[in-house]
Design a protein around this ligand. Sequence first.
Ligand code: PLP
Length: 426
Amino acid sequence: MTDLPHHGSSDHAAVLGARHNELRARYETFRAKGLRLDITRGKPSSEQLDLSAAMLSLPGRDDYLSADGWDCRNYFGSVQGLPEARALLSGLVGAPPERMIVAGNSSLALMHDAILWALVHGMPGGRPWRDVRFLCPVPGYDRHFAILEGLGIAMVPVPLTGAGPDMDAVERLVADPSVKGMWCVPKYSNPTAETYSAASVERLAKMKAAPDFRIFWDNAYAVHHLTDARPELANLLDACARHGNPDRAFVFASTSKITFGGGGLGMLATSKANLDWYLGHMTRRTIGPDKLNQLRHVRFFRDPDGIARHMEAQRRLLVPRFAAVYERFDALLGGTGTATWNRPDGGYFVNLDVMDGCATRVVALAKDLGIAMVPAGRTFPYGKDPRDRNLRIAPTCLAVEEVRAAAEGVALCVLLAASERIGKVD
Ligand code: PLP
């Protein structure tokens, strides 16, 4: 991502400063429309959810037996999840079905539990984590940071580069044995949409770290393509095994943004030692997952190709929404020097960087226009963006025309905030 000019230091600034009154007038005109638009969270739109509507009548009154003949209406079997659900979803986590768990409705809950159990019991063969730190690539996913904040784990931000985290910084920091974990959203990252390069994956697998250091590899957007670019993500579990660090990674995925938001299946894959450790604690926490929902997913998709076809249909719904953002941002912000934004190849977000010191003001101005944005800073640990510039736009949930209106409103706020800032400086 390119850096923006410092306020007051460019030709753009002079032009923008002169436009302040005009921008204020356009802002007031927009406000008079009285719109109510929410671009805060990456939720599927109702049209996307409709694509899974047939699931609501699956598996059906008379179809409740698993492939092994178990009655899925009842308690049975292992907490690991139905073998056929694991077979269906193993491609999302890049591990064989026997090395994964398909659980309940939330992958975030699986991540939370792994960290909590490490604090209470220690990772396999290790002592309970005390006074530990996590590396947090930024900008990142606010709920990852919230888990750590809630459990009192210190967070160390590491910048993302467009091909994964700054690996020189990661290697330096992870040499400290108090660093026990690291968050990664390795494909179509939330919110920057970058996919970690093969070289980054290799270095993560190979670097020297504490034996009970773990990478939390949240592959939430594994199959969420928006273009034909389809960047390959190297298999971290395989790379860790190859480099003699077989227990280094927990890989997570979810169908929350494939089928129903919060009504899908969370899953994880990891080494044999980690899996046994996880299952040991999990069997005390729950008798087993909702196997009917697992059966429903199996009946609906049938095989991984079914998932791929479904994601193509989702893509057709999402592309015009993202295009509406680019169109308005290009038209209003292009060439003004006030913002940079990406055109993601996948995932759920447009990542917007505004002029330093302006993000909080943009969110406040947008609120007054009736546009709800995630508070500035949320994409950083402790809610603190040191440059107050990063904003996450979630265009998926609104109708295309609403997305267009929201993007226009945000763009006006970006311009107005920049012109105010320039006014203060000059
Ligand atoms: N991980 C990432 C990176 C996400 O963006 C989200 C949802 O936005 C989740 C996890 C939540 O997944 P789940 O609904 O399975 O808990």
